[in-house]
Design a protein around this ligand. Sequence first.
Ligand SMILES: NC(=O)c1ccc[n+]([C@@H]2O[C@H](COP(=O)([O-])OP(=O)(O)OC[C@H]3O[C@@H](n4cnc5c(N)ncnc54)[C@H](O)[C@@H]3O)[C@@H](O)[C@H]2O)c1
Ligand SMILES: [Zn+2]
Ligand SMILES: [Zn+2]
Length: 339
Amino acid sequence: MKAALVTDLEKVSIQEVDEPKIRDDEVLIKVKTVGVCGSDLHLFRGTHAFRKPPAILGHEVAGNVVEIGKNVKTVKIGDRVTVEPQYGCGVCEYCQQGLVNLCSTKVVPGTAKWIGVFVEYFNAPEITVHKLNDEVSYKMGTMIEPLAVAVRALRKSTVKEKDCLVILGSGTIGLLTLVVAKQMGYKQVVCTDTAEFNRDMALKHGATLAINPLESDIVDVIKKLTNGRGADLALVAAGANNIVDQATACVRKRGEVGIIAMITEKIPFYSYQIVINELTMYGAMTYETKDFKEAADMINNGLDLSDFITQTMDLEHTQEGLDVLSQKKEHVVKVMIEL
Ligand SMILES: NC(=O)c1ccc[n+]([C@@H]2O[C@H](COP(=O)([O-])OP(=O)(O)OC[C@H]3O[C@@H](n4cnc5c(N)ncnc54)[C@H](O)[C@@H]3O)[C@@H](O)[C@H]2O)c1
Ligand SMILES: [Zn+2]
Ligand SMILES: [Zn+2]
């Protein structure tokens, strides 16, 4: 079968690979759509923490079940599905609490233990499979994975007030966080992005304001909007040298700052803000199965995110898909590959 691999720095090639064989607890999925994610860009640019070329791309997927292992009970041939792209050892202290995302030996696609999803046929353990309703398109099914990231980032916050949220960075993750925040009842959501197209997208999807952090002082804007108080929560969904400081400076006393962005370099950070205002900071790493299920329920109940799919291409054009997202020369949020 065909697969799209990153073979060198910023170089994708389509190669023939063996079709995966399923274990007794797995299903085989004929892949219909896959999404290009920010973390695929880390592999593409050589900045990924542990994935190095050559590696098959991708972890966002939807398709049809075409074969099931003999122990599979809840999924049948013909089911339209998406996959939570992680599973844990099941026995460590984190797995026992449902925190598969934190399992030190968790298995993720595109590694020696599990093929990436940019392939014609993808195997997945039954426990990772989530069904799609008949009305849900494969593309929307593929959006469940990044939506689950947004669900978790917001669910991890413990602030009770929902008067003002700041989302720094309005790419796929920031925009999906905006959508979930509106559903959760945040009254005012201020988004930032350096790209005008992304700011416009944020405004279209309910942001109170969309700010270019290179042109306006985000802290001034938030203070004016909240009568000097500050935002209840700020979520960092982009990487920049000053972005964590921006986030801590715009939240109120006892507010929270959640970091979603994978910022792998060391960036300066002014801890004094945290102390004098008694702020709480947290990280949000992918999702637990319950977050993924919540995202799947939102899509199965009709949430339409098709506006965010700005480019669709076929597997042969995967190189172009990654180039578009990496270079941002054209308007882009989510790039999808259709097989
Ligand atoms: N924690 C997790 O589990 C998880 C999951 C998925 C993605 N991520 C990370 O989240 C981040 C966002 O992912 P994405 O897919 O939305 O990426 P993306 O590249 O689509 O979006 C990033 C956005 O940030 C904007 N931006 C750049 N500099 C900025 C600045 N200084 N201030 C505000 N905006 C700025 C860009 O214009 C872009 O629109 C990435 O770092 C990604 O690796 C984390
Ligand atoms: Zn993703
Ligand atoms: Zn574990």
